[in-house]
Design a protein around this ligand. Structure first.
Ligand code: B12
Length: 237
C-alpha cells in the first residue's frame, strides 16, 4: 500500500494538514494491542479566528471547534476505511473523547487512554509547550489533532521529538488566565502534572465559557492564540 498517496487522496484540498507517521510500540494501553502504528493528522486552525481570541473563547471559535472536529472525524474514518479495504486493521481515535473512551478515574486525573499529542511528537511533527499544548514546527499550536491507529507497518518517523523547543519563551504561561503552568520545560520523562495544572485550566475555561458563551464546556484557547510559533508576521497577513 502506498500510504502517502492514500492519505493525499483523502485530505481536503482547501486547508492545510500536517501528516505524521509514528511507531507507538510499547506506549499504548492494552486495549490498543496490535495497533503499533499511527497516522497523525494535524489540521491547521483558521488564523482569523484564533487571532480574535482575546480574553476567553468567542462564538466563532466555538463554531470552528465543532466544524473542525466534524471534519477531522470524517477524514479519519475515510482513511481508516481505505486502510481496512487494503486488508490491514485500523482504528480511529476521534479528536475529542466520548464516554466510552474514559475510565472511572477521568474526573480525578483528566487523562484519557489515548494522547494525540504523544502520537504527534512520536511522528516528529512538533513538541509539547509550557502550557502543555502540542506545538508544531509549521503552525505552532494552531492545529487540532486526530489519529488513525493501524497494524500496517508504516514508514514511521525515525526521529521522534523528545524535548521542548520553547527555550526561555514564557508567553503562554504569562498569558494563561488560569495561571496553570509553572514554566518547567517538557521532555518525555516529565509528566504533565509536573508543569501544568489541568484542573486549574479546566476550571477557568469552564468559567469563561459559561460567562462569555453561556455554555457548559471547557473552551479557552488563549495559549493557542499567543504562541509566537505559527503566528503569521504582519507582512505575511
Ligand atoms: C482531557 C483533555 C483536556 C483536559 C486536560 C488537558 C491536558 N493538557 O491534559 C482539559 C479539559 C483541561 C483540556 C483543555 C484544553 N484542551 Co484538551 N484535550 C483533552 C484530551 C481529550 C485528552 C488529553 C489527555 O488525556 N491528557 C493527559 C495527558 C497526560 O496527556 P496529554 O496532555 O495529551 O499529552 C502529554 C503526553 O502526551 C506527553 N507526551 C508527549 N509526547 C510523549 C512521548 C512519550 C514517549 C511519552 C512517555 C509522553 C509524551 O506529553 C504531554 C504533556 O504532558 C485531548 C484529546 C486526546 N485524546 O488527546 C484534548 C486536547 C489535548 N485538547 C486540546 C485543546 C485544543 C484544548 C484547549 C485549548 C480547549 C479549547 N479548545 O479551547 C484547552 C487547552 C489545555 C492545555 N493548554 O493543555 C487539543 C490540543 C491541540 C494542541 N495543539 O495541543 C487536543 C489534543 C484535542 C485535539 N483533538 O486536538 N483538554
Amino acid at each position: 500500500m502506498n500510504i502517502n498517496e492514500l492519505i493525499k487522496g483523502i485530505l481536503p484540498r482547501n486547508v492545510d494538514y500536517l501528516v505524521g507517521l509514528a511507531n507507538l510500540t510499547g506506549l499504548l494501553p492494552e486495549r490498543y494491542r496490535g495497533y503499533d502504528y499511527a497516522i497523525v493528522l494535524a489540521r491547521r486552525l483558521d488564523d482569523r479566528i484564533i487571532n480574535n481570541i482575546a480574553d476567553g473563547p468567542n462564538m466563532d471559535y466555538f463554531n470552528h471547534y465543532h466544524e473542525v472536529n466534524a471534519e477531522l472525524t470524517h477524514v479519519a474514518h475515510s482513511l481508516a476505511d481505505a486502510i481496512s479495504a487494503q486488508g490491514s486493521k485500523s482504528q480511529v481515535i476521534e479528536p475529542t473523547f466520548h464516554d466510552k473512551d474514559i475510565n472511572e478515574s477521568y474526573s480525578q486525573t483528566l487523562r484519557t487512554n489515548f494522547s494525540h499529542k504523544m502520537a504527534a511528537t512520536r511522528a516528529g511533527l512538533g513538541w509539547i509547550g509550557k502550557t502543555a499544548l502540542f506545538v508544531s514546527w509549521q503552525f505552532g499550536p494552531r492545529v487540532r489533532l486526530v489519529t488513525v491507529l493501524t497494524d500496517y507497518p508504516l514508514p514511521y518517523c525515525p526521529e521522534p521529538i523528545d524535548e521542548s523547543k520553547c527555550g526561555s519563551c514564557n508567553l503562554c504561561m504569562r498569558e494563561c488566565p488560569a495561571k496553570a503552568a509553572n514554566g518547567k520545560l517538557w521532555n518525555i520523562h516529565v509528566d504533565r502534572d509536573e508543569f501544568f495544572d489541568a484542573f486549574a485550566c479546566r476550571k477557568k475555561a469552564r468559567e469563561l465559557s459559561l460567562n462569555i458563551l453561556n455554555k457548559e464546556i471547557s473552551l479557552c484557547g488563549k495559549c493557542i492564540a499567543v504562541c509566537p510559533i505559527g503566528k503569521k508576521k504582519k507582512s505575511q497577513a
